[in-house]
Design a protein around this ligand. Structure first.
Ligand code: CU
Ligand code: CU
Ligand code: CU
Length: 455
């Protein structure tokens, strides 16, 4: 089996079967009936530039990650050849065109699809990390107008500075809290929308802040335009269902309940209407901070950050409106992981900002519904942190990564010594590739004693 000739035969066979997979979607079966009228060959390469697709033949010969220009309606064939021996594939999520993985020098695969929409679309290798290492190019269909960023779609991402003022040093009292449940079409990523279910129109819902011993009167209104009953279960509530047994609110109605905050700490709240995981997955969660007598110590900056995963019918990166996928939820196979509701919420839309010398406190929680976060800030350690948000216990000192379960929380603090960009992640880092990252931008003078280049 070592002779090159046999390799070629074997590869031709692999290519031929890969081009017409027997058990594929309708789209691929249709694709198999198409006669391609434009074809490209791309060869993978690893070099100084990182990883790339390199054009073979025609106008794209030798071009790294070439732009592939086609006409609207063309049936496009792309042959991918493994030029470096590593495992690769090619994926165009907007056309649901996903090749097999190929491994070994000279191995190849073919995808065929119809360019049935005009615009500029990404092609990339979906092996973890390869897109980030450089394996990404553009398919230009027709005039190649970029995919609209859906400016008509709501920004549902919660600004992390949207934190209520500290309770300070006051006696316990009665406080009133209003929550509105709102179902709306929101931006999931650039060019991608999702039908969110929210508290007050943002994800996560508003951070609530009360004092130990307060009596809380909570009013929950469900918008008339809602299609679902909604409710709220606060982990800070003592009583069956955490409030949800009293607050199942049909569309267009309002109910209220009263509870006494008996325990201090940072607690998650969420909708608890069946199917509960579906309501959480669509965005219905937030946190309530019950401060101790005298309040928490002051911090220069307080940020409110929550993690969650999203289950869409379309693959990660596919443009257009995305439906919720109940089977992926039940199988715990999310397409997206996000902070504060959407891809880019804490990088493009609302990065965290502070200055050298400032103290930063992050109220962090996980809506889930299913995935535990290994919360970490790249380039920092928490000077102090209250595990699980349990402020009745002493904080733990000098922490790196903290495990925060679904329906759980964490309060972490650090003082900033060195300027630059710090990245909030779940240290299960594959999730960065599915949208999960946040920036903390720190301005101020450099501090070479602590951090510098060279010696
Ligand atoms: Cu690759
Ligand atoms: Cu709900
Ligand atoms: Cu719960």
């Amino acid at each position: 089996m070592k002779s090159p000739f046999k390799w070629v035969i074997a590869l031709l066979f692999v290519s031929a079967t890969a081009a017409v997979p027997a058990s594929e979607t309708n789209l691929s079966r249709q694709a198999a009936e198409y006669t391609p009228n434009v074809s490209f060959t791309l060869k993978t390469a690893i070099g100084k530039f990182g990883m790339a697709f390199v054009g073979e033949g025609g106008a794209i010969d030798g071009v790294i990650n070439p732009e592939l220009h086609v006409k609207s309606g063309d049936v496009v064939q792309i042959t991918l050849v493994d030029g470096d021996g590593a495992q690769h594939n090619i994926f165009l999520p907007d056309f649901n065109a996903h090749s097999d993985d190929i491994t070994g020098p000279g191995a190849s695969t073919v995808i065929v699809f119809r360019a049935d929409q005009d615009g500029t679309f990404a092609y990339f290798c979906s092996i973890l990390g390869h897109r980030q290492a450089g394996m990404e190019g553009k398919l230009i269909v027709g005039e190649g107008k970029p995919v609209p960023v859906m400016s008509d779609v709501a920004d549902i991402s919660r600004d992390p500075t949207d934190v209520p003022p500290p309770v300070g040093d006051r006696a316990a009292k009665t406080v009133h809290v209003d929550l509105d449940t709102v179902e709306l079409r929101g931006r999931l990523a650039d060019g991608t929308s999702y039908n969110y279910w929210t508290f007050n129109g943002k994800v996560p819902g508003p951070m609530l802040r009360v004092r130990l011993g307060d009596t809380v009167v909570l009013r929950l209104s469900n918008e008339a335009s809602s299609r679902m009953i909604h409710s709220v279960d606060l982990h800070a509530v003592t009583g069956p269902g955490g409030g949800s047994s009293l607050l199942q609110v049909p569309p267009g109605e309002t109910r209220s309940m009263t509870f006494k905050a008996l325990k201090q700490g940072l607690f998650v709240y969420h909708c608890a209407t069946p199917m509960v995981s579906n309501h959480i997955a669509n965005g219905m969660y937030g946190m309530i901070l019950v401060e101790p007598e005298g309040g928490l110590p002051p911090a220069d900056w307080e940020f409110y950050v929550m993690q969650r995963e999203i289950y869409t019918t379309g693959a990660f990166g596919q443009h257009g409106y995305q439906e919720f996928d109940v089977n992926k939820l039940l199988d715990e196979q999310p397409e997206y992981f996000v902070f504060n509701g959407a891809v880019g919420a804490l990088t493009k839309n609302h990065p965290l900002k502070a200055e050298v010398g400032d103290s930063v406190r992050i109220y962090f929680g996980v809506g889930g519904p299913d995935f535990t976060s290994s919360f970490h800030v790249i380039g920092e350690m928490f000077d102090e942190g209250w595990l699980w948000g349990a402020t009745a216990s002493a904080p733990i000192r000098e922490l790196q990564t903290v495990s925060v379960p679904p329906g759980g929380a964490f309060i972490g603090e650090f003082r900033l010594e060195v300027p630059g960009r710090y990245i909030l992640v779940d240290h299960a880092l594959s999730r960065v590739e599915k949208g999960l990252a946040g920036y903390l931008e720190v301005s101020g003078d450099s501090n070479p004693e602590i951090y510098r280049s060279g010696n």
